[in-house]
Ligand binder design. Structure first.
Ligand code: NG1
Length: 390
């Protein structure tokens, strides 16, 4: 394996080794963790992600032709394409992210220069911390700066989402690209996934509470098919509820009270799926109010309720995630904990008093080792700015 690149100095050095001169710029694009609002984005609902201090770092300089030379340092792999006619690499190839971003920006009328690029990252791949969006935003930002393009951050996020739909083939929501573009140090981002309105929500200081991510190490084989099945069940719930609640177009439009009045119209499984989404939207909004009032205890309770709902109603948890979450709940100084991302593996997110972090790390690791004979990777995260030059 190549030596990992973990900071911008080593990246500059590796770029110069590769291309014979230092880069013109280095870009950092963060991964993310979602604090609450799970499986709500594709139901036009609310999410509350944070950009974290694990990121993709990308070094670039201009070329005087229209080629794009890409070096993926973590993979020790090189690829290139021409901006004259952008083609897709084979399905699953890492360069489809950069190809897709280039193709979408050019289709939007932007004139892109050729680039030499080297990149590496500290976002674990496939853990649900959104390394894909970080890769997209990093290259998009390099084109903005070196090509002197003036594109608003929200528009850049939308272009990257389109690249992922059209070039990578993942029908993702807008949460990941939005937070990688619009994150702000010490803030979470409330996103209305229907209107795309957003609001920065201040987080408590690090001594008061830390965001701790625990990676179960379980990769999410089941996730893709189950994810599509959940999406279909949500659409079915909307169809059935529309007979009683004319005018609704997504579960976002149904209040908790409206749901309770009409829940019996739904078959049992669909009812549980809908109940998760509808109550999760309410929890996400209440969680924002709790943060704004400095009420971390209430915020933590809402995280716990979110996990129970994901486990029992949406049925996207697994034994490993439940172990991590229940061990976290038992730690004094842990406000709350829940699975984050699509589920079936990946990570949990916890809010932990700054003074309790070491005890938390110990207790959760011990419980996980006892029950599943493996050690979870634990990241104590800070909330960071969105994509930008460093
Ligand atoms: P993760 O599991 O973090 O990739 C997925 C979706 C999100 C959202 C969550 C569930 C992709 C790329 N992302 O996140 O848009 O729907 O599940 O809240 O599919």
């Amino acid at each position: 394996m190549p030596t990992p690149v973990v900071d911008s100095d080593s990246l500059r050095h590796r770029f110069a080794e590769r291309f014979g001169a230092p880069p013109a710029l280095v870009v950092r694009a963060p991964g993310r963790v979602n604090l609450i609002g799970e499986h709500t984005d594709y139901n036009d609902g609310f999410v509350l992600p944070v950009a974290i201090d694990r990121a993709v770092f990308l070094a670039a300089s201009l070329r005087d032709d229209r080629r794009v030379i890409l070096h993926a340092l973590d993979l020790d792999a090189t690829d290139e394409f021409t901006l004259e006619t952008i083609t897709r690499a084979e399905v699953g190839h890492w360069s489809n992210y950069q190809r897709g971003v280039a193709a979408v920006l050019q289709a939007q009328g932007y004139d892109l220069p050729g680039l030499n690029v080297a990149f590496a990252g500290t976002v674990p791949v496939g853990a649900g911390l959104s390394s894909s969006a970080a890769v997209e935003l990093a290259i998009a930002w390099a084109w903005c700066e070196l090509g002197e393009l003036s594109i608003e951050r929200a528009a850049l996020a939308l272009a990257c989402q389109r690249a992922e739909h059209e070039y990578v083939g993942t029908q993702c929501g807008i949460m990941d690209q939005f937070i990688s573009a619009l994150g702000r140090r010490d803030y979470a981002l409330l996103i209305d996934c229907r209107s795309l309105d957003y609001r920065q929500v201040p987080l408590p200081g690090g001594a008061d509470a830390r965001i701790v991510v625990c990676d179960s190490g379980v990769r999410r084989e089941l996730a893709a098919s189950a994810y599509n099945e959940r999406r279909a069940q949500c659409r079915q719930a909307v169809e059935l509820l529309r007979a009683r609640l004319p005018g609704i177009t997504a579960l976002r439009d149904v209040t908790v009270e409206g749901f309770q009045a009409h829940a019996e119209a739904l078959p049992a499984v669909i009812r549980r799926r809908a109940r998760h989404v509808i109550t999760e939207n309410a929890r996400a909004l209440e969680a924002v109010a709790a943060l704004e009032n400095g009420d971390l205890v209430r915020f933590g309770e809402l995280m716990k309720a979110s996990h129970r709902s994901l486990r029992d109603d949406y049925q996207v948890s697994c034994a490993e995630l439940d172990t991590l979450v229940e061990a976290a709940w038992a730690v004094e100084g842990c406000y709350g904990s829940r699975l984050t991302g699509a589920g079936f593996g990946g990570c949990t997110v916890s809010l932990v008093d700054g003074a309790a972090v070491e005890a938390f790390r110990q207790a959760v690791s011990d419980a996980y080792r006892r029950k599943h004979a493996r050690t979870p990777a634990i990241y104590v995260c800070t909330a960071e700015n969105g994509v930008g030059r460093i």
